[in-house]
Design a protein around this ligand. Structure first.
Ligand SMILES: Cc1ncc(C[n+]2csc(CCOP(=O)(O)OP(=O)(O)O)c2C)c(N)n1
Length: 646
């Protein structure tokens, strides 16, 4: 039996002799590489925290002690050590192991939120709670945060509070690999780098090891002597660390791949009676040759890749991101006022190409969506047109800044929301299903949802022409399909299909256009006339849409946003306001958090498929026909029996 297979719980790990830990670490790395290259997932971050996670579980007693992983994308090793090794066969697949911590999976998982920079606030709150219940001191609280996540404002709000209570112990572990996706930027990153490099006295232990020919046993006189020397040198050489200035005990930097040093540092932190930061230096992607040699950013999160080469196995089709990326570069050439802003997601949002061409006009602000929005408002004030590219789910963070700093000040800022709608594999917190609900309340803000590559390019250009209000462009994850031509444009609304006569007006939002056209085919087979429209700019509701709705038998909208506050609900309100008395049905996402699974599986579960939508529309039309003819409405069971439209 391998060492790893013998570990069913953290107790097993704690019982393991220390000399077996390097072997365990090697086996975990092999397992990560073998499984994650097959399923896709976060490879680089997890390869970097193997020894750190082992040490955390040996020093702290989860779940009695609470470990909070910031973002949670680096919790695979934690999952392996807490009885979920087998789950990696089907990582991130529906009904199987989630790619993030999950309370339903394990009592060892506490925080599921995959939005960065929250762990220290969680740790602060849990420590305060334990203090109230009298458990603090007996139960330890540990927040593990990356140097990337440490660039987020929330982390500093938490540190400010944690430092204010010198008698309330909280252990903050900074997992410093120098990278978010790309190298972490900013003054904080520079400061961490200074702490890292100025601590050459760390080598005292290595020197000791080489002289002795083996690692000194923790706590042995020789170990303590070496530490004494190290501490003496540190006091002389180390720059005053910002953390200590803030009132936090600083331990480190610690070699994050040395189990002995890690256990020693974490034990000291555990025994400390106040808030303490343990600064751990790790290497993202460690132990996997392609990640070590190649561009580390590519291995932050991977799809299915060839284990030997690290190259994707599927030939990648053109994505929505690629199209945006190209068009922004083209616009950058024509428009010197266009600047780009990313919150530590340069590559994933496609801004990398703009940055190559216009490095002086591209700003990576760190994981700081709030700052990105307000800083963009500031740039707009000076006459620039900032394009802030973020994943749709992360715009949640910057709602107040979009509202108060951008909209109230009529700032011409374009927000590009990638990965909008159901994203699937990454689970509840990664779906981009709230953006239109929260942004529709912002006065003056306009939202475009392109249906294909051409409309994405066109709508981006239109957005860049708006200089007195924020604009939003939202599109989904993945490959973009072929262009979908319109038959005409009416008041800015594209008509994609128009059957003769009154029938159903089907309003397609963004990338649902192909599905809506399929619904139209199915309805036509049932003898129902359909007009399919793409409003292009979906919010505020175009008046042409209201005009198109007049005289129809039924209006239907389909969107991949929450139905609550979505485009459907705005269309319903616009129809009411204009006294257009047409029955209306909106299809969108129920107001609940979604389980992880493929996008197709999640959409099917939500009933957002051509088959489900057409069936529901046929039933509604049948009901309306009956009531129009004075016939009683069919019962639910009759409706159920009325069958499939297609
Ligand atoms: C609010 C928010 N913005 C962006 C992201 C996307 N994101 C996921 S991991 C990551 C980098 C995190 O870097 P770090 O904290 O240093 O962890 P590492 O992956 O280097 O271990 C980013 C930007 C996020 N999860 N949350």
């Amino acid at each position: 039996m391998t060492v790893l297979r013998g570990i069913r719980s953290p107790e097993d790990l704690r019982a393991l002799p220390a000399d077996q830990l390097p072997q365990l670490a090697e086996e975990i790395r092999a397992e990560l590489v073998e499984k994650v290259t097959r399923t896709g997932g976060h490879l680089g971050p997890n390869l970097g925290v193997v020894e750190l996670t082992i040490a955390l579980h040996r020093v702290f007693r989860s779940p009695h002690d609470v470990l909070v992983f910031d973002t949670g994308h680096q919790a695979y090793v934690h999952k392996m050590l807490t009885g979920r090794l087998e789950g990696f066969e089907h990582l991130r697949q529906e009904g199987h192991l989630s790619g993030y911590p999950s309370r339903t999976e394990s009592e060892h998982d506490v925080v599921e939120n995959s939005h960065a920079s929250t762990a220290l606030s969680w740790a602060d709150g849990i420590a305060k709670g334990f203090e109230q219940t009298g458990e603090l001191g007996r139960r330890h609280v540990v927040g593990i945060i990356g140097d990337g996540a440490l660039t987020g404002g929330m982390a500093w709000e938490a540190i400010n509070n944690i430092a204010a209570a010198p008698d309330r112990p909280v252990v903050l572990v900074v997992n410093d690999n120098g990278r978010s996706y790309a190298p972490t930027i900013g003054g904080l990153a520079d400061h961490l780098a200074t702490l890292r490099t100025a601590h050459s006295y760390e080598r005292v232990l290595d020197w000791g090891k080489s002289v002795l020919g083996s690692t000194p046993v923790v706590g042995s006189p020789i170990y303590e002597a070496l530490h004494g020397v190290k501490k003496g040198l540190k006091d002389v050489l180390a720059p005053q660390g910002m953390f200590e200035d803030l009132g936090l005990k600083y331990i480190g930097p610690v070699d994050g791949h040395d189990c002995v040093a890690l256990e020693h540092a974490l034990t000291r932190a555990r025994n400390y009676s106040g808030p303490v930061i343990v600064h751990v230096i790790t290497e993202k992607g460690r132990g996997y040759r392609p990640a070590e040699l190649d561009d580390a950013e590519r291995f932050h999160a991977v799809g299915v890749i060839d284990v030997e080469t690290g190259l994707p196995l599927k030939v990648s089709a053109t994505t929505w991101t690629n199209v945006f990326s190209d068009e922004l570069v083209a616009q950058g050439r024509l428009r010197p006022d266009v600047v780009a802003v990313t919150a530590a997601m340069m590559g994933p949002t496609g801004l990398d190409r703009f940055c190559e061409q216009y490095p002086g006009r591209t700003f990576d602000v760190g994981i700081a969506e709030q700052h990105a929005a307000t800083s963009a408002a500031g740039m707009a004030f000076t006459g620039l047109h900032p394009v802030v590219a973020v994943y749709a789910t992360f715009i949640n963070r910057a709602f107040d800044q979009v509202l108060m700093d951008c909209a109230l000040h009529r700032a011409g800022v374009t927000f590009v929301l990638d990965r909008a709608g159901v994203t699937g594999d990454d689970g509840a917190s990664h779906n981009g299903m709230w953006d239109m609900s929260i942004l529709q309340v912002v006065p003056g803000l306009r939202i475009a949802a392109p249906r294909d590559a051409s409309s994405l390019r066109e709508e981006l250009r239109e957005a860049l022409d708006v200089d007195d209000a924020p604009t939003v462009l939202r599109f989904p994850k993945g490959a973009v399909g072929p262009d979908i031509p319109s038959v005409e444009r009416v008041g800015g609304v594209d008509v994609l299909r128009r059957d003769e006569g009154a029938g159903v007006l089907l309003v397609s939002v963004g990338s649902f256009a192909p599905m809506c056209l399929e619904v139209a085919d199915r309805l036509a087979q049932q003898g129902i006339a359909v007009t399919v429209v793409d409003p292009r700019w979906v919010a505020p509701v175009p008046s042409a849409l209201v005009d198109l709705a007049r005289g129809q038998a039924l209006v239907v909208s389909v969107e991949d946003n929450s139905r609550t506050g979505g485009i459907g609900s705005s269309i319903a309100a616009a129809l009411r306001d204009a006294d257009v008395d047409v029955p209306f049905r909106d299809f969108g996402i129920e107001r609940r958090f979604l389980h992880h699974g493929t996008r197709a599986a999640v959409l099917a579960e939500l009933g957002l498929t051509a088959q489900d939508v057409s069936r529901a529309v046929v039933e509604t039309v049948a009901r309306l026909d009956h009531s129009a003819a004075g016939v009683r409405e069919p019962s639910a069971s009759e409706a159920e029996r009325s069958g499939d439209a297609g």
